[in-house]
Design a protein around this ligand. Structure first.
Ligand SMILES: NC(=O)c1ccc[n+]([C@@H]2O[C@H](COP(=O)([O-])OP(=O)(O)OC[C@H]3O[C@@H](n4cnc5c(N)ncnc54)[C@H](O)[C@@H]3O)[C@@H](O)[C@H]2O)c1
Ligand SMILES: [Zn+2]
Length: 373
């Protein structure tokens, strides 16, 4: 993609929007924002780490184009995605005397995108917002598709809204300042798209993943674009997750349970939990006789090679750590679970994921118990 900016449309009729992928998008943001702003005024929501690295270039671009901008800086981290912080954010926005033609800009990772997007969906009964995702996870996943949310004590993302952004700017330069652990966590979600329905992309990742993770911008560009295309296609077909959008949850039933058990304390990043969850989903599929065990081994090999966790080494070995029974309970209380049985994304092999709504809890417990031995 050498220097070029790629444009991709999310086809949702009057809620459709463009995703731009390329270098230099933040520094040249005003040019891309101007056509979608109702009037030249934005409020930027960001976190301190992102502000220190990228707000200067963004603000300079807005200044040069005479776009008025205020900025609200929220603490970094998952704890920000809660009611307390949401309430303050809404009041801060109203203090700035925004009106319905003001546009919010989420400049940051998925935490900022989710809370700013949710605030945009409810303040003044809904205003426009733009996503400028600065983590790999946010570029390939959370910034696209219009799911916004905060967490409650009952779990993650349980209160939110579908609110599509007006534009997504995925600037590859932002990824170059990302800590490697965060880059890797986002990479797990990239791999997910190959595993869902694009085996050729998984082949490509096996060959190019290491270069991508070393900061090769052409490889990053290809991976972000391919991932956004995959997500945009699935979202366009099922905006509100009544059907195939659930495929995006591959690895996530296990991941959410693991995250709940580790209380989102940073011990396990979301993408790391997803890496483990995808391997477990393939291993469970193999155990149920649905998928070749060799495919589970192949994806585990790739994820391990790049440095992602793929196992639950300490499962059940200390009282503070999740036991198989607790994980299964946690899965059953996940909002994606149906009555009594567990809904899982299972697979017939790499690139052949499908939605299974009737996985028996016993089978999952037995599978997890076996892993602990
Ligand atoms: N809405 C959706 O569809 C959706 C999908 C997937 C995940 N999510 C949500 O996304 C969140 C996770 O997002 P995340 O992984 O981006 O985490 P994050 O937003 O917490 O960002 C991770 C860390 O990276 C820092 N950072 C961000 N950009 C940086 C940059 N360019 N350079 C240096 N540091 C940078 C941040 O300050 C933060 O400390 C979770 O809350 C999850 O629920 C939402
Ligand atoms: Zn995810």
């Amino acid at each position: 993609m050498n220097g070029a900016i790629a444009r991709l449309g999310v086809e949702l009729a009057e809620r459709g929007y463009d995703i731009l992928v390329g270098s230099g998008l933040i520094a040249d943001a005003a040019r891309h924002l101007a056509p979608v702003l109702k009037r030249p005024r934005v409020v930027i929501v960001t976190d301190p780490a992102v502000a220190a690295l990228h707000l200067g270039a963004f603000g300079a671009s807005l200044d040069a184009a005479h776009i008025r901008h205020d900025c609200l800086v929220l603490p970094a981290g998952e704890a920000t995605k809660g009611f307390a912080r949401l309430g303050r954010l809404l009041d801060d926005l109203l203090d700035l005397r925004i009106d319905r033609n003001t546009t919010l800009v989420a400049l940051g990772g998925g935490v900022i995108g989710d809370i700013a997007g949710f605030a945009a969906s409810i303040v003044l009964r809904g205003i426009d917002y733009i996503q400028i995702p600065t983590t790999l996870l946010a570029q390939v996943d959370s910034s696209v598709g219009g799911k916004t949310a905060v967490n409650t004590r009952h779990g993650k993302n349980l209160v939110g809204a579908f609110h599509q952004p007006r534009l997504v700017l995925a600037d590859l330069d932002a990824l170059l300042t990302l800590p490697r652990r965060e880059l890797l966590a986002g990479y797990a979600e990239v791999v997910k798209y190959g595993l869902i329905n694009d085996p050729a992309f998984f082949d490509w990742l096996e060959a190019h993943g290491p270069a991508l993770l070393a900061g090769d911008k052409a490889a990053l560009g290809h991976a972000v674009m391919t991932s956004c295309q995959a997500k945009a296609r699935i979202v366009a077909a099922d905006e509100r997750e009544t059907g195939d959008r659930a495929l995006l949850n591959l690895g996530h039933t296990f991941a959410h349970a693991l995250e709940a058990e580790t209380a989102y304390d940073g011990e396990l990043l979301h993408g790391e939990a997803v890496a483990i969850g995808m391997v477990l989903a393939f291993q469970l599929s193999a155990r149920l006789g649905l998928a070749p065990a060799a495919d589970a081994a192949r994806i585990q090999g790739h994820l391990e090679q790049v440095g992602l966790p793929t196992k639950l080494p300490r499962l059940g070995q200390a009282t503070a750590l999740p036991t198989p029974a607790r994980i299964v309970d946690s899965m059953a209380s996940d909002k994606k679970a149906g009555d009594g049985q567990l809904t899982f994304i299972l697979t017939r092999g790499i690139g052949r994921a499908f939605i299974a709504r009737d996985v028996a809890r016993d089978q999952v417990s037995a599978f997890l118990a076996e892993l602990c031995n």
